[in-house]
Design a protein around this ligand. Sequence first.
Ligand SMILES: N[C@@H](CCC(=O)N[C@@H](CS)C(=O)NCC(=O)O)C(=O)O
Length: 204
Amino acid sequence: MKLYYFPSPNPQKVRFALNELGLECETVAVDLVKREQRTPEFLALNPYGRVPVLVDGDLNLWESHAILAYLGEKTGRLWPTSAAGRADALRWLFFLTSAISPPATEVAFNRIAVKLAGGTPDEAAIARGEKALPPAIEIIEHHLADHRWMLGADFSLVDCDYGPTFNVLEKAGFSFADFPKVHAYLDATRARRAWQETPRLPGL
Ligand SMILES: N[C@@H](CCC(=O)N[C@@H](CS)C(=O)NCC(=O)O)C(=O)O
């Protein structure tokens, strides 16, 4: 397998999952600061011009959540075995895509990525993100009251999705003070060896 990678949250989800699963995978660096995601070679792999992309034999897969589901289906590990369990896992991946990622991106992209690229943050986008996040994160706070990890007692590939997202949000200055269970969950994620071995940008 080959993973097209930059040390930002969406590719980190996949690297974290590969580490948890102990799978060998070559990493191909794609430097987003140098705009390598817009080269014709990369666009031929992913016309959307985003990382991660996972290549496994004839399969060329982009979209981090599809990749997490694929790794679960391929290995049968860190992924539910029943139809209801898999639907539950997909529900939480879709919830992050629709309710958490868009505002989290507004906050983290403007506070971190724009600064890295030497641009001017869009303060209105940050304010929109900060306002939209608490109701969505409150749902996770409530869920974690009786679930140690997103799918229950055991760590799963769904946690490889939520951990990197909450990590970058906190690094971008979003406060989890009103969400103690989410904060404890983030600490537990950061303590995992597979996360510590996931490449990150300095300070992130
Ligand atoms: N929905 C996509 C989002 C991927 C994404 O936005 N990746 C960012 C890095 S975290 C990227 O490649 N950005 C480059 C760009 O926007 O040009 C996924 O989950 O894989």
